[in-house]
Each structure stands twice: as C-alpha cells, then as structure tokens.
Write a protein that binds this ligand. Sequence first.
Ligand code: PLP
Length: 410
Amino acid sequence: MSFVKDTVNTTPIVDNVFGVVDMANKAAAKLGADAVTNATIGSLYDENGKLAALDVVFDSLKNLDNTHLAKYAISFTGNPAFREEVENWVLPKDLKLAREVVATPGGTGAVASSILSTLEEGQTLIIPEIAWGSYALMAQMNNLELARYSLFEEDHFNLDSFKKTCLEVLDRQNRLVVILNDPCHNPTGYSLSNEEWEQVIAFLNDCSQKAPVVLINDIAYIDFSYRGMAARDYMLQFDKISDDVAVVVCFSLSKSMTSYGLRCGAAIILAQKEESVRLIRIVMEKEARAIWSNINNGAMEMFVDVMENRFDEYDAEKQAYVDLLRQRSGIFLQEAAACGLSHYPYKEGFFITLDMDNDTRDRFFDALVKKNIYTVKVNKGIRVAICSLPIEKVKGLAPKMKEIFDSVQG
Ligand code: PLP
C-alpha cells in the first residue's frame, strides 16, 4: 500500500553535490585546509573562504522595520514597486514588447511556474544535454518527457542540434517549450553571442507557424557576466518574436543579490500582445496562490531599496566580486590552455566544466578525490566551481588536473 499518488516517481533524489562536499570537508578536517582543493561549492565565496554576502543587501534588509519583514506581500504577483524595479533592472530600456512581472520563490519558482503553466502532462520539455539538474526534476514531477539538445558544436552553440530537437518535438506536439540558460550557462559558463540569439529567435519564429512557442530564458547568473549591462543586449532580439512566441525571462535575486536563502526572484513574461502576456500572468498568479501564496516581503522591499537608494554602493560591491571571478577564471583558463586541459567553451560565470564522456568522468573524478581535489560530476563533464575557489587554490590547479586526467586515460 502506498500513500503517495500512483503516478509519482518515488526514486529518491541522488544529490551529487552534498556527498562530495561532505567528503571534502572531512578531508579538510583530517589533513588541513591547505591540503584540500574543494571546487564543489556552487555559491560565490570570498578569498578567505567565506560565503560572499553583499553588505549593501543585508544592511538594507536589516534596516527594514520589523512589521515590513513580518507582513504579507501586497499581492500574489509581488509588490508593485518590486515588479517595476525588476523590469527596470533586467530589461533593456529600448525593448518594446508587452510585459508583466510575477514575483516567484527564486529562479526555481520562475522556471517551475513557466513549465507548469505551459505544458500538459505527457508533453515534452526541451533542455540542453548539459544542464542544471532541477530542470529534469521539474519535468519528472510534472510527468513530462524531456528532449535534450546538444549544447556545443566545436566552440559554439549547436544551433543544428537545437533546431533538430525542436522540430522533432513539433512533429508530435501542439506546443514548443524550450529552456535556454543564458548568459553564464550553468555549468559550462557559455554565453550565446547576439548573432546566435538572432538565429535562435528567427528559428523559433519559424516554428511558431506550426504551434505556439514558449522560450524560458533562465538568467540566474546574468549579473556576474563580464560584460556588465551589455550582457542584456541580446534581449533586444526578443522584439522580433512573432505573435505566437512568448518569452519568460526567469530572474533570481539569489546570485544577483547574494541572497540565496531569501527565496526571491521573478518571471518576466514578454510577448507582442498584451492579451498573450495577461493570459500567462493569470495562470502564474493562480499557481502562486495555489502553491506558495506570496513572496518574502522583506526581500522584495530590500531589492527596491537597493535599486532606488543604494545602487552605486551595490554596483561597486558586486563589481569587485565580478572582477574576482574574472581573475580566477582567467588563471584557470590560461593554465588549462598552456597544459592542454580541455574544457567546454567558457565565456563567463561561476563554473568551468571539463569535457569528457561519462566513463572517463567517473574514473577521473575518483582519481581527483585520491589527490584531494573535489569537483562535481555533471553529464559529460567535471564541474570546477571557480566561484568558491580562492586564487591561491586556482593557481596550479589546471596542470594538476591535466596530469591526473592523463593518468586515467591509459
Ligand atoms: N537556474 C540555474 C541555472 C541555477 O543554477 C539556479 C541555482 O543554482 C537557479 C536557476 C535558481 O536558483 P534560485 O532558485 O536560488 O534562484
């Protein structure tokens, strides 16, 4: 006899990260921190091994009156001032599309609600072959199938595979829902060029002649792009979408504000017609009320305060971390190039991922552990979290990994 619904998959989640973090911590406790390289943690850490928490963000939060921290949000779609500031911050000024913003519990809530609002049980969600693991879990929990496109062809986005996957799904389905996690893709650090985006949009417009298309653009890491606000320029391509394409930009305060635990983000719904946007918003609002009700009021007020009153301080504090990330990735990439350690095309972001088949990955991972180097296995690769590795640990890491890689090849 089972108490859970018959259709649910009851296989427990295998947490790839938790186990290896634990191994790394135990090794550090036994051998001392200097002997261990812990490249597992997917949050931003400073050079002293401490979680980066922007002062401006938490000063603002703690400055709020207790009643503001205590109270419900003004509406199920989020506070109006929050929605307005999210729109101002995320979207390029010149974008003309109709839009509405719905506050969500982090980027997770935005992506999950986008999927739940648009696909029927049994339909197929399109995601990249190398991707944040939660997409597949969201599909599983909603009884959806997955189709995966290969992410790269040599050192660029694999548009052919993307097209082929979409067309195959369109053959059997009356709606196309695709996820593009860009810029600063997790876990490879790839960002599509504006030309690549232009091609993606042109293709989705073609598809929309057959069926409505929803593009879920997960921008969780956008504020750690090395291009500053220019990293949003690609969104101007969205103005070219046909009437039968909708875009949901999924924004998260977790990384942008270093406020992972506050659980605040937003779904920004874009389409040519107001009525198309309104329909998606109505469904998302009902889902919000049915699942999480409303969003952390303090987090939303903090975001508004930072954007309106403390912006310069925020910008400077965050930029120092962007610069740090760039320095760490620069060292790793330079050393990797010098010793011939192969990786997926990295442009910016929290992670660099070494490319290999899954058999090699498993052997390589075990050999790394034996040398006290802790990483995370991803599909077809090994993820190196430069976001949490101090510069001194990054230095020399690529050649060490290359030596270990060569030893498992023979
Ligand atoms: N999207 C990607 C690719 C992520 O890696 C994450 C977090 O790790 C998220 C979205 C969502 O994060 P949160 O729900 O904390 O905003």
